[in-house]
Write a protein that binds this ligand. Sequence first.
Ligand code: DAT
Ligand code: MG
Length: 148
Amino acid sequence: MEQTFLMVKPDGVQRNLTGEIVNRFERKGFKLAGAKLMQISDELAKTHYGEHEDKPFFGELVQFITSGPVLAMVWEGDNVIATARSMMGKTNPLEAAPGTIRGDYGVTVGKNIIHGSDSPESAEKEINLFFGDNDIITYSKQDSDWIY
Ligand code: DAT
Ligand code: MG
């Protein structure tokens, strides 16, 4: 089944939104396959956001994502990559629809609460960057027959 990498950013952790965010994906019907609270190093931040290294906001982005603990997670389910992106809302919270995480809780593009992989390629890359094979749990849940 498809997996994606989701991360509650430092602002989400500080603002006590981790429970709310986990709750949304759990209640949607997705399955948590891995999670860890971690402090991202400068090196990991630069690798993770490597596609943005030429952007004017890159320095600010790296500084922000390393400014406090994040909750890194792997979530699993049918079409979880695209569905999680739509549950997150647009990058700029001002454009994110109400009902989405960024639309409900964010105000600025710099502090937009959550990261989510944007394609199968980035999901694979990001999961491998943040998690080892032993950190990801394969298990069955009793609700799956009521979701699929
Ligand atoms: P997303 O996080 O929706 O995948 P992205 O990959 O384009 O968005 O950018 C990564 C992060 O960089 C984004 O979550 C917030 C920050 N960012 C993007 N555009 C920005 C901008 N114009 N000014 C400041 N920060 C920005
Ligand atoms: Mg992105």
